[in-house]
Design a protein. Structure first.
Length: 645
């Protein structure tokens, strides 16, 4: 008990009273948000599963898991569109106000399905109603859920982006503060997510039916918005904010400019990944591992719940076990961060635990027994434990390592480009795989009278074995990674702040158009070096005060977020990923869906592909990256996803 108490005490004293107040309010809001989000996502997936199964009774062709794949894939892709649309607003208005408004809009959008169902004759499930009778659902075209869920994804992406940005406003630019806040928020976030998943499966869906079980979502989102409104941002004076936005383009121009610069960032991220030994392993270690985790929760869990157990609502029990595993993984990293100093052991653990899914093809549980759902949840727990521990530690490694590389492009930061390229790779893989493999599951289900064990053999066992081999192999690529628990990889010591290594060099890490202060040769840069030894948040406020009072020209230039310079972080990273991954991902997936080609063409339901591009790197640059201190994003929300998440 000594170690956990010491960690908690140290974490308490590292923050000021105002920062502790803000963190407490933010965590309370994020728990409200996550609880409502789990109720919404879980209910919608269960609702879509049941409605498409009902449609199969009239068409005699199963498209359930194909449509579920399209539904979840498009939702995640449209989250990136939301991040593009919200990026310019973060520069113009206080972040906490934008966050509160975005979550209120999300609450309204989530109520659209409630309104649609009620308007077409839907009602609460009557007490004692037969489990497989869904006549109490509203009478509307089930495919209409897809555009509504996409619109929800846009607003979801807005909220998720701001969640990655706002920690910088709450605790400043201190790396240690941000890392501790990241882990702390992740712990409470997953605690609420676990509770929300279990509550949805065991109470809300049985009581209201999954067509109305997310009725609590708008209420919880509104509560989160109210809480977040009371966050006190001690950042930029209002007058200075007005000065900083005078020379900015209007909203439409900012978004268009961001799309244009998007290409440059994608190229930069791809080049950094594929031309450096120290980064090439991040593609399977981060992007493909993230895909595996998302596919486990969003595709395998609903398929097992519906076809194995006979109750789609129990997928939330399985997801709840997965969320609890993530909670334990983040908690373990938080408590024992010095024992494992690199992400390598966690990534190896993640790869090995993926093999647990091999029991699913040979498991024949009795249907309508909720105890079987808890068994699956228990087996998913160690898988998510390994993934969450690896994700948190790998995110910190990426941030620290890339912060020491100067981007060769004037408009692109190395950190933003690489992280967004990795995330866009995951989005493209998921968009293709979820639809293809969902179609494959449907065909096996049609052929074998709703038995999908043969499909699970391929989409879970074979696929996750391939991913495990890729992930395990990638951990031996960096220099010095052959030991069981390496203390250092790629011959880099990353256990100190960059300011401690070289205060002047810190100014060289990111180039922002129009910010002379980022050049070593700048006189002002040398004048600022002594101040950089202090609290970066104080340095930022000093810069703002000088700019407002007619002081340092460097500070004034920092405050002018000229053109679309900041949106470039969110918008420049995915189109190259589409070109690269469409071909590479298609070849990779072809080996997994080996039964697809053998199915007669007449049995193939119509499949529509929606190639969606993603841009997420403003989340990793932050809207005020040009104001000074380095920004370490909230890695807990890389999964999202999220909503995630």
């Amino acid at each position: 008990m000594v170690r956990p108490i010491a960690v908690v005490r140290e974490t308490w004293h590292i923050y000021t009273p105002l920062e502790r107040r803000n963190i407490a309010i933010y965590i309370a809001g994020i728990m409200m948000y996550k609880f409502g989000l789990e109720a919404f996502n879980g209910s919608v997936i269960a609702l879509a599963t049941n409605r498409y199964d009902e449609l199969e009774k009239t068409t005699h062709i199963s498209i359930t898991f194909q449509r579920i794949g399209v539904l979840t894939g498009l939702n995640q892709a449209f989250q990136c569109v939301g991040s593009i649309l919200i990026a310019p607003l973060i520069k113009r208005y206080p972040t906490k106000n934008v966050l509160a408004c975005a979550v209120l809009i999300f609450g309204f959008m989530s109520s659209l399905l409630l309104i649609l169902d009620a308007a077409t004759g839907g009602r609460f499930v009557p007490r004692g109603w037969p489990k497989d009778d869904f006549s109490y659902y509203g009478k509307y075209n089930t495919d209409s859920m897809i555009p509504i869920f996409c619109v929800c994804g846009v607003v979801y992406g807005m909220v998720e982006l701001i969640r990655r940005v706002i920690p910088r406003d709450l605790v400043g630019g201190n790396v240690q503060k941000l890392r501790r806040m990241d882990a702390l928020v992740h712990i409470f976030y997953e605690t609420s997510g676990t509770a929300g998943a279990f509550c949805t499966a065991l109470a809300l869906i049985p009581r209201f039916g999954n067509n109305f079980s997310f009725i609590i979502t708008p209420i919880f989102f509104a509560a989160a918005a109210i809480l977040w409104y009371f966050i006190h941002e001690e950042s930029i004076p209002r007058e200075t904010r007005a000065l900083s936005t005078e020379n900015q383009p209007n909203y439409v121009k900012a978004v268009i400019s961001g799309f244009y610069l998007f290409f440059e960032s994608v190229g930069t991220g791809a080049k950094l990944i594929f031309t450096h030994r120290k980064f090439i392993w991040l593609l399977p270690g981060y992007a493909i591992a993230l895909y595996a985790h998302r596919y486990l929760e969003n595709a395998i869990a609903p398929a097992v719940a519906r076809r194995y157990l006979g109750n789609s609502a129990w997928s939330q029990i399985i997801v709840g076990g997965s969320n609890f595993g993530e909670l334990l993984g983040a908690l373990f990293v938080f408590m024992f961060t010095n024992a494992v100093q690199t992400p390598i052991p966690w990534l190896r653990l993640d790869a090995i635990t993926l093999l647990i899914v091999w029991y699913l093809p040979y498991w024949h549980p009795p249907q309508n027994d909720v105890a079987q759902a808890w068994i699956v949840a228990a087996t998913f727990l160690p898988i998510s434990f390994g993934w969450a521990a690896g994700d948190v530690s790998l995110a910190a490694y990426i941030q620290a390592s890339l912060a020491r590389i100067e981007s060769k492009s004037q408009n692109v930061s190395a950190l933003g480009a690489v992280m967004a390229f990795l995330y866009s790779t995951y989005i493209v893989i998921y968009a293709i795989a979820s639809a293809c493999l969902g179609t494959y599951i449907d065909r096996i289900s049609d052929r074998d009278n709703d038995e999908i064990h043969g499909a699970i053999f391929n989409v879970a066992g074979v696929q996750f074995t391939v991913i495990a081999v890729l992930g395990l192999t990638s951990t031996f690529v960096p220099k010095g990674a052959f030991s069981f628990n390496p203390k250092m990889i790629s011959e880099e010591a990353l256990d100190m702040d960059i300011e401690d290594e070289d205060d002047d060099e810190d100014e060289d890490l990111e180039y922002v158009p129009g910010a002379r202060g980022h050049s070593k040769e700048s006189d002002e840069s040398h004048e600022m070096a002594p101040e950089a030894e202090g609290d970066p948040a104080k340095l930022q406020r000093k810069d703002a005060a000088r700019a407002h009072g007619g002081g340092s020209s460097m500070a004034m230039e920092r405050m002018s977020l000229e053109g679309a310079g900041l949106e470039t972080g969110a918008l420049r990273c995915c189109i190259l990923a589409l070109a690269a991954m469409c071909s590479q991902g298609a070849v990779w997936l072809a080996a997994l869906v080996q039964g697809l080609a053998a199915t007669p063409p007449s049995a193939k339901p119509e499949l529509h592909f929606h190639p969606i591009l993603t841009a997420y790197s403003v989340a990793f640059n932050g809207p005020r990256a040009s104001m000074g201190a380095d920004i370490v994003p909230d890695s807990a929300s890389y999964y999202a996803s999220s909503p995630h998440g």
